[in-house]
Design a protein around this ligand. Structure first.
Ligand SMILES: Nc1ncnc2c1ncn2[C@@H]1O[C@H](COP(=O)(O)OP(=O)(O)OP(=O)(O)O)[C@@H](O)[C@H]1O
Ligand SMILES: [Mg+2]
Length: 354
C-alpha cells in the first residue's frame, strides 16, 4: 500500500510539523478538525492553529531530544472558532535529522461514545430480557389485586373508596409500565425503506406540537440536499418522538426552544467489533435549551431504567439507543445547562435501493 493512501485513510486528525513547528502535512481528518484546507495550513506555525491546553513547547522539545514518543491525555484542544474538544494527543518523532514530528489527536468523546453505544446494546439486551420475564410474571398477580379491590369497593363507604381507587389506579400504572417493558423487549428487527429523513422529522415535529410539546418552540434547520437514508420509518419516528418528548419534559411548564438540524458529515465512520465499518454521514441533531442532563445520571442515560424524572420509566433513551444500533447508526449526547444536544448519525441509502 502506498503511503499517501495510508495517510489519507487515517481516521484520526494527524499533522506532521517541521523542526520549527510549522505544519508540513495534514491528513483529511486533520483538515476537518482544523476546519481548513491543507493548502491554507502548510507552513503555518502549528501552535497558531491549534490551541492546546498543555505545555506543547516543552513536549515537542522532549520528543525531539529523546527521539521517543509521548502521550498527553485529556487535554482541551481548540481549532479555529469551534469550542475546544477534549483529546488524547500522541507526539512521535518522524526523523532525527530533520526534526520532523508527527502529532495525532484523538478526540476523546468520539472514542468514549462509540464504545458506549455498542456496549449499551448488549447491556440493554440482558437487562431487558430479564425485565420482560418479570413483566410477564407480575401482570397476572396484579390482575389478582385489582379485581378484589374493585369488588371490595362496592361495599365500602365513600371515605374508604378513596383507598381502593388508589389500589386500582396504582396497579394500572404498573400494568402500563410493564406493557411498555414488554413492547420494548419485542422490538422487531427494522423493516428498512428508503426514506427522506425530513419527512419523518416533520411528522415528529407536528405530532409533538399538538401533544407533549405544545409549550415548546420548535425550529428546523434542514439541509435540503441531504440524500435519503435506509431505515424503518416507524422506528425512527419513535426515536425522534422520544428525543422531542424528553426535551419538552426537561423544559417544564414554562416551555423552551428545540432546534432540529440536519447536515452531512462524511468524516464519521462507525467501526464494529468485527472490524467492518460503515460511513455515517447523515446527521440529525435535536437540541434544547433546557436545564441539561441531571449530572448524577448523565453517564448512564442510554441504559434502561435510568431516569431523572419522577414517574419516568427510563426506557425512552434505551429504546433510542437500541433502534439506532439496530440501524448500524450512532447516537451521542452533549449536555450542559442551557444546551442539550442529541445527535443521531445514520448511513445513506445504498445506491441499489434508491
Ligand atoms: N433533553 C434532555 N434534557 C435534560 N434531561 C434529559 C433530556 N433527555 C433525557 N434527559 C434525562 O435522561 C433521563 C432518561 O431519559 P429516558 O427518555 O430514557 O427516560 P424517561 O424520560 O425518564 O422515561 P420514559 O422516556 O421511559 O418515559 C430522563 O429522565 C432525564 O432525566
Ligand atoms: Mg423519555
Amino acid at each position: 500500500m502506498d503511503n499517501d493512501a495510508l495517510w489519507a485513510a487515517l481516521p484520526v486528525p494527524a499533522i506532521v510539523i517541521s523542526f520549527d513547528d510549522r505544519i508540513q502535512e495534514v491528513n483529511s481528518a486533520g483538515e476537518l478538525f482544523l476546519n481548513a484546507s491543507v493548502k491554507s495550513l502548510l507552513g503555518k506555525p502549528v501552535l497558531d492553529r491549534l490551541h492546546i491546553d498543555a505545555n506543547m513547547d516543552g513536549a515537542l522539545e522532549r520528543v525531539r531530544k529523546n527521539q521517543a514518543p509521548m502521550f498527553i491525555n485529556n487535554v482541551d484542544v481548540g481549532a479555529g472558532h469551534a469550542p475546544p474538544v477534549e483529546c488524547n494527543i500522541q507526539i512521535a518523532p518522524v526523523s532525527r535529522d530533520s526534526g520532523d514530528v508527527l502529532i495525532l489527536m484523538h478526540p476523546r468523546n468520539l472514542a468514549v461514545r462509540l464504545g458506549k453505544s455498542l456496549g449499551v446494546k448488549s447491556a440493554a439486551r440482558s437487562a431487558i430480557g430479564m425485565a420482560e420475564m418479570l413483566a410477564h410474571e407480575i401482570k397476572n398477580p396484579l390482575a389478582g389485586i385489582t379485581g378484589p379491590a374493585q369488588l371490595l369497593s362496592m361495599s365500602l363507604e365513600a371515605d374508604d373508596l378513596e383507598l381502593t381507587d388508589l389500589i386500582v389506579a396504582e396497579s394500572r400504572r404498573i400494568v402500563a409500565l410493564l406493557e411498555q417493558v414488554e413492547q420494548f423487549g419485542n422490538l422487531r428487527p427494522p423493516e428498512r425503506k428508503v426514506v427522506n429523513i425530513h419527512d419523518l422529522l416533520d411528522r415528529a415535529q407536528k405530532s409533538a406540537e399538538v401533544g407533549f410539546g405544545a409549550r415548546m418552540r420548535i425550529c428546523e434547520e434542514y439541509d435540503p440536499s441531504l440524500p435519503p437514508t435506509y431505515v424503518d420509518p416507524d422506528q425512527l419516528m419513535q426515536v425522534f418522538l422520544n428525543l422531542l418528548k424528553n426535551a419538552s419534559e426537561a423544559a417544564g411548564d414554562e416551555g423552551g426552544n428545540i432546534r432540529i438540524r440536519t447536515f452531512y458529515d462524511h468524516a464519521l465512520r462507525l467501526r464494529k467489533p468485527d472490524g467492518s465499518g460503515t460511513g455515517l454521514p447523515l446527521q440529525v441533531e435535536i437540541c434544547d435549551d433546557g436545564p441539561g442532563l441531571p449530572p448524577e445520571i448523565a453517564g448512564q442515560i442510554f441504559e434502561p431504567f435510568v431516569s431523572g424524572r419522577e414517574n419516568g420509566t427510563g426506557l425512552g433513551l434505551a429504546l433510542v439507543s437500541k433502534i439506532i444500533s439496530d440501524h448500524d447508526g450512532w447516537v451521542s449526547v452533549d449536555s450542559v445547562p442551557g444546551k442539550t444536544l442529541f445527535r443521531i448519525s445514520l448511513p445513506v441509502a445504498p445506491k441499489d435501493k434508491e
